[in-house]
Design a protein around this ligand. Structure first.
Ligand code: NIG
Ligand code: FE
Length: 427
């Protein structure tokens, strides 16, 4: 039998979580416990694509290692697919850490926002920032994500809120998405993140600007793949959000929604109604919203890091969503205000303890189902033949050990397309 040539091999993983075996569908209900373990495990690739995965012995039997191949021994360590983070706001100037302190002594996220802080404060800074400086600072954040095992990330605009500044945010992301040694970036236009100061008293005019200028320009210049809206009492109403999403769809963008985050908004039902990729947050989702998501392919993306960071207690009803049959995924929501955290492993630990989920369920949420949320499941999210060789060697021998060991630097090494892009320095 002829062997398959390979230029990349990771072998002897104490446990390799391939996440394979589920076909092409996202995982629902009890399927979330399936993680496709091989012990000791190996994965081989050629030209950046996986050619074999299984036990070390079976992979060694099937592949022919080419001269000059990159071969790694992962003895004592777990191997997982590269993590997928389907919701971040990583293009901003600086974190609003002064607000963090204010919230801890009594002010709320909403009252700070109503006072001109929050997203609008980030907008004032962002508009002043040079594009080159934004590229630099955002590149550093994307590199940090590799250290936390994230190999695919969605990033939203949303601190520009004008034609020029929204284009600037998405151009920064386009520049970075062309760089090889960074996570794969999915770009989303979130011009409907807030009403900018100059439109506070004429909100409908801002909605018109988004519909008639910002979205068409972004599509014309090929700058985004998706459209998002912050559907929340006091920000975009369900009716305004629907118009933004429908317009985006008409222009060829896929949709996602900030839904039911701080108060119930009806955003989850709206996301299902317009066939959005995902409805995100869901801390205040009601039964109608759960029903709507369960009967749809719109993914429920949960962001427990934000509730943790805001010091709140209204955790998304993850178990109810899972039991009802919704597709659930996990994301960081990394942003300068409500969650200044780019670590998916930490977010996964919070998901275990605060959403009451098993580490295997959480691993599915941050790989297979997160890839579905971005409609990238044919490329990433599991270690299966034909997919990209994006993977992570963890420091611990299991995912349970990784998520139990709070605050640890969880990752030993990260690979993109069979090339190592991060190696942890010992010590
Ligand atoms: O998802 N909710 C709106 N947007 C972000 C917060 C952004 C910020 O605070 O700057 C979120 O929580
Ligand atoms: Fe967000």
């Amino acid at each position: 039998m002829s062997r398959i040539p390979a230029d990349f091999l990771v072998e002897n993983a104490a446990r390799l979580y391939s996440m394979g075996g589920g076909g092409t569908s996202p995982r629902r209900g009890s399927e979330l416990r399936q993680v496709g373990i091989f012990e000791p495990g190996a994965v081989a690739a050629r030209g950046g694509r996986i050619v074999a995965v299984g036990t070390t012995e079976s992979v060694r039997d099937r592949v022919q290692i080419l001269p000059g191949a990159e071969v790694e021994d992962a003895e004592g360590h777990a191997v997982i697919p590269g993590l997928v983070d389907p919701h971040t706001h990583a293009v901003f100037t600086t974190a609003r850490s002064e607000e963090f302190g204010r919230r801890l002594v009594g002010e709320s996220y909403q009252s700070i926002a109503a006072d001109g802080g929050g997203i609008r404060a980030s907008v004032r800074d962002f508009r002043e920032a040079r594009e080159g400086a934004l590229v630099e600072v955002t590149r550093r954040r994307l590199r940090a994500m590799l250290r936390y095992g994230t190999t695919t990330v969605e990033v939203k605009s949303g601190y520009g809120l004008s034609v020029e500044a929204e284009l600037k945010a998405l151009r920064v992301l386009r520049t970075l998405s062309e760089e090889a040694e960074l996570p794969t970036v999915v770009r989303t236009c979130l011009a409907a993140h807030e009403f900018p100061d100059e439109f506070r008293d004429r909100r409908e005019d801002y909605v018109d600007l988004v519909l008639s200028e910002i979205l068409p320009r972004i599509v014309e210049e090929g700058l985004a793949e998706r459209v998002d809206v912050f559907c929340e009492p006091g920000v975009f109403t369900v009716d305004q959000a629907r118009r933004v999403l429908v317009r985006g769809r008409e222009l060829g963008l896929r949709a996602t929604v900030h839904a039911d985050e701080l108060e119930g908004s009806g955003g989850a039902a709206l996301a299902a109604e317009v066939g959005a990729d995902s409805a995100d947050h869901l801390g205040c989702i009601d039964e109608g919203g759960i029903d709507a998501l369960s009967n749809s392919s719109t993914v429920a993306v949960l962001l427990p890091g934000t509730i943790f960071s805001l010091g709140l207690d209204h955790w998304a009803p993850a178990r109810r969503l899972i039991d009802a049959g919704a597709v659930v995924a996990l994301a960081t929501d990394f942003n300068p205000g409500s969650n200044y955290c780019e670590s998916l492993p930490l977010t996964m630990s919070i998901a275990c303890t605060r959403l009451g989920l098993h580490p295997h369920e959480v691993l599915n949420m941050a790989t297979v189902n997160a890839a579905h949320a971005l409609r990238l499941s044919e490329e990433v999210g599991s270690l299966e033949v034909g997919k990209r060789a994006d993977l992570v060697i963890l420091r611990e021998a299991t995912i349970d050990g990784t998520l139990h060991h709070l605050g640890l630097e969880a990752v030993q090494a990260t690979y993109l397309g069979g090339h190592r892009v991060y190696l942890r320095r010992e010590g």
